[in-house]
Design a protein around this ligand. Structure first.
Ligand SMILES: Cc1cc2nc3c(=O)[nH]c(=O)nc-3n(C[C@H](O)[C@H](O)[C@H](O)COP(=O)(O)O)c2cc1C
Length: 178
């Protein structure tokens, strides 16, 4: 995967929100909306997920690169990360959502299994919050305005450059060529 939209993985541990940065995040199904996170078993965030059976996925924009990277360097085992971002809650009171992030998702864990040293958490999406300013056609957020923080395994963060074509559409040009 190159590059990866990076996410802040949240849980409540000892009554405080904790966030860790993850590249291992993805969609498993759109209906029912189901996502996964793969987080090393030693990570502090996993404690809250196991205890509450809930977690959050928050997508930072590129201007949150410093705070996001900090959550990927510091561990809740040693550092209180609860004040790095402003937290709010939706229906699930143990899935902390980040006010500064334009897209927030809360999940209920429906499956959990190990892969090597990682804990894989599969979550059924309960709620998705999108900053209204970003919804250009009132239905879907515009990716350029969302300006997601991307990570690549060359150990750098990136941001999106330009929109180049319409999906489910540009491919039709291939047939015309024949
Ligand atoms: C760019 C980046 C991506 C990361 N992706 C993952 C990941 O997908 N899974 C994981 O377990 N750790 C990942 N990490 C490491 C954790 O974010 C890091 O170990 C963090 O301190 C764990 O926090 P916690 O112990 O408070 O949960 C990543 C770190 C960075 C900087």
């Amino acid at each position: 995967m190159y590059p990866i939209p990076i996410a802040l993985f949240g849980s409540v541990v000892k009554e405080k929100p904790n966030y860790s940065l993850v590249g291992n995040v993805g969609i498993m199904s759109l209906g029912p909306a189901t996502m996964y996170i793969s987080s090393h078993k030693s990570h502090y965030t996993n404690i809250g997920v196991r205890e509450n059976k809930t977690f959050s996925i928050n997508f930072p924009s590129s201007d949150l690169v410093v705070e996001s990277d900090f959550c990927g360097i510091a561990t809740g085992h040693k550092t209180d990360k609860s004040e790095v971002f402003k937290t709010f809650f939706g229906n699930i009171k143990t899935a902390p959502l980040i006010e500064e992030c334009s897209i927030n998702i809360s999940c209920n864990v429906i499956k959990e299994f190990p892969v090597g040293g990682m804990d894989v958490f599969v979550g059924k999406v309960d709620e998705t919050f999108v900053n209204e300013d970003l919804v250009s056609d009132r239905k879907r957020p515009d990716a350029l305005t969302v300006d997601p923080l991307l990570y690549a395994s060359d150990l750098h963060y990136y941001k999106i450059g330009e929109r180049i074509a319409k999906a489910f559409s540009i491919g039709k040009e291939y047939e015309k060529k024949e």
